[in-house]
Design a protein around this ligand. Structure first.
Ligand SMILES: [Zn+2]
Ligand SMILES: [Zn+2]
Length: 191
């Protein structure tokens, strides 16, 4: 595992700027990996799956340190609006959820009252003890076969729109095989 400073530099480049979210994300991920006994996330890249719970700055840093990418199916997004992530080590089957503590914001204000909010949080999140920064919980989490990075399954074609559907995302409805959009979950309206 690299040092906090090394990861922060990588995160700054990848994310486009250094911010409190980067510092928080790097620390959450370093803690999660350490708890799982993972010292080299690059070497273990096929055995780590990370669930993130917010689409904000913190997630970029978590994904960077845990070396998990959406396009590799190793990064899973649960849209819960929470600064938290769950790290799963497929080799051992263990999973740990790390969540930023709500009180860490107040702690940052108290540590660096003279600094602007983000600057103060950046410094505080780098220094705060783990117990003050975040909550750690061991959790039970089964990653279903079709969720695994290396899953190979049949690709089916939606009987309504003709588009291909991978990873068992099809829906059976009234004897027909449909994609989720045609089954009623469309998030857009066709013009
Ligand atoms: Zn940011
Ligand atoms: Zn369809």
């Amino acid at each position: 595992m690299k040092s906090l400073d090394q990861y922060l530099e990588l995160a700054r480049v990848a994310h486009g700027h250094l911010c409190a979210g980067q510092v928080l994300g790097v620390r959450l991920a370093m803690l999660g990996l350490r708890e799982l006994g993972i010292d080299d996330p690059v070497a273990e890249r096929k055995r780590i799956v990370t669930y993130v719970e917010i689409d904000r700055c913190v997630t970029d840093a978590v994904a960077l340190v845990a070396n998990c990418r959406l396009g590799k199916r190793a990064l899973k997004f649960r849209d819960w609006g929470k600064a938290a992530a769950t790290f799963v080590y497929l080799k051992t089957g263990r999973a740990v959820r790390i969540a930023a503590r709500e009180s860490s914001k107040q702690a940052a204000r108290e540590m660096f009252p003279e600094l602007e909010k983000d600057a103060g949080q950046q410094k505080a999140y780098a220094q705060l003890g783990e117990d003050l920064l975040c909550d750690k919980r061991w959790v039970k989490l089964t990653v279903q076969p079709e969720e695994l990075p290396g899953f190979k399954g049949p690709r089916v074609v939606c009987e309504e729109c003709g588009e291909g559907v991978n990873f068992k995302r099809e829906v059976r409805r009234d004897g027909r095989t449909l994609c989720r959009a045609c089954a009623g979950e469309r998030y857009y309206e066709v013009l």
